[in-house]
Every structure is written in C-alpha cells, then in structure tokens.
Design a protein around this ligand. Sequence first.
Ligand SMILES: [Zn+2]
Length: 294
Amino acid sequence: MDPIPVFYDPRQNASDVVSFSPSAAKPALVVEGWRRSGVPIRLLEPLACTVPELCRAHDPNFVRDVLTLRCDNGFGGRSPAVAASLPWTTGSHLSAARHALATGAPTFSPTSGFHHAGWDRAAAFCTFNGLMVTALALRAEASVERVAILDLDCHYGDGTVDIIRRLGIHWIQHHTFGEAPPTADTAGRWLAGLPQRVASTIQGCELVLFQAGADPHLDDPLGGILTSEQLAARDRIVFEVCRNERVPVVVNLAGGYQRPVSRVVELHVRTLQECWEVHSGAAAESTSLCEGRG
Ligand SMILES: [Zn+2]
C-alpha cells in the first residue's frame, strides 16, 4: 500500500491560544507523532477554503464577523491567529476529502473543532463546521450524491444537526456518538454493534467523513467511556467496514482533552496505525472477533 496521505499546512495551527482545548496547536503535534510512528505517510499541501465555500455552511454575516474579529470564535475570544487558521483547518479537511474521492485512499486531516459549529454560531472550541463545509463543497462540485458523517467524538454534533436542519439537507447520513453514548459498563456491547451501525450509516454514500475523536477515552476529563484498546477497536472496525464496502474515508481528529497533550497525540497515532494495518493487510479480521463481545 502507498503511504497514507495527510493534508497539512503549518498555517492550520494557532499556537497562541490558551484554552482548555489543545486543538489549536494539535495539528503540528499530531503530524509529528504520525511521522515518528513508523507508519508511512505522505504530506500533501491543502488549499485554504474560500469565503464562498465557508458561506455554503454558514450565515455569511457570521463568516465575515469571525474572520474580521467582530465576533468570538469557538475558543471564546477574537484571536487573529485563530481566525487566520480557520480557512486552513477547513481547507485541510476539504482537500483531504477531494483526494480520498479521487483516489479511494483513506486520507487524514489533522484538524479539530468542527461539529459544535452551527449555521450562525461558534461553540465549544468549534468555529466553522468543516464537516458541513466539505460535504456542501463536494456536492456543489457534483463530486458526490450522498455523504456519510460518522461522528465518533464523545459529544453530540449539535452544530452539524443545526446546519443540516436549516438547509433542509436529505443527502447526508449523520451518526453522532454523543446522541446516545454508552457507559464504560456498556462499551463492550456498543463496540459489538458498531460494525452494523457503521455499515448502515455509510450505505449508499460515496464518501465517509469520520470524526475519530480521542475524547471518549476512559481517562479523558470530558469522556470516561472507552479504554485505549476499545478506541483502537473502534477505529479498526470503521476502517474495515469502509474498506469492505469500498467507500473512501476522510479522518479528522476532533476532541481530546487529557493532559499532558502527548496522551491525546498517542491516541491519534493509534488511529493512523489501525488504518495502516487494515489497509496494508497486516490486521487480523477483527470485525468478527468484536461481534462476540458483550
Ligand atoms: Zn468532543
């Protein structure tokens, strides 16, 4: 298998942000972790999203106000560095999606901060909804008929739901883990049902936008559900089902709040490793194994 494509530009980072969320500085940290992981990756240059692309998913006044520092971003401030990074984070995701569609290869975007961003509001470390910006751009370009958003971040993707409803969209199949998350006690059962849930979410879609959030982790201050092994099994199942159904997948990082941040980076490295093992044929078929677990 060819190296895994990763769409990264240093302008995706906004390192001057002081926040509970490490996500503004996470792209560089995760790309460094991926480089050291031993998994072959190929860095590709994203195109920044344009204002018209952002305005397909958001109120144009909101887009303008965020970019010109006239309203707060998702971190609750008006940092010029955050505003400058937003076309690059959304652009990394859209560029990765275009690449996945063109090549069929699983493609990574080291980005976060999408799913709480609604039509005209930023919230909870999310400013622009890169999932919806991407889906709407690809549809406008006539590259897709149907898109799946498989949001396995710990939290409810309320911003995504808001935009889907406001625009009356019927061609996106959206699953958000945070709508009915298991507990640590029922996580095994949740995992056993995941292959079927992934298969039904992606059915009939030409592309999967996978939010591989690290915040469901047992030790995460905002999570507390899945062990490291269960998170790895989650990712393996997603990659296996998408491979078996021949639907290309774009992966972004979404949440993760453990300290030190290296613990979050480790989980994102594991996601890349699971992808590599599934696609390079090194992994044992785990879907059937997981089906037996309670
Ligand atoms: Zn989250």
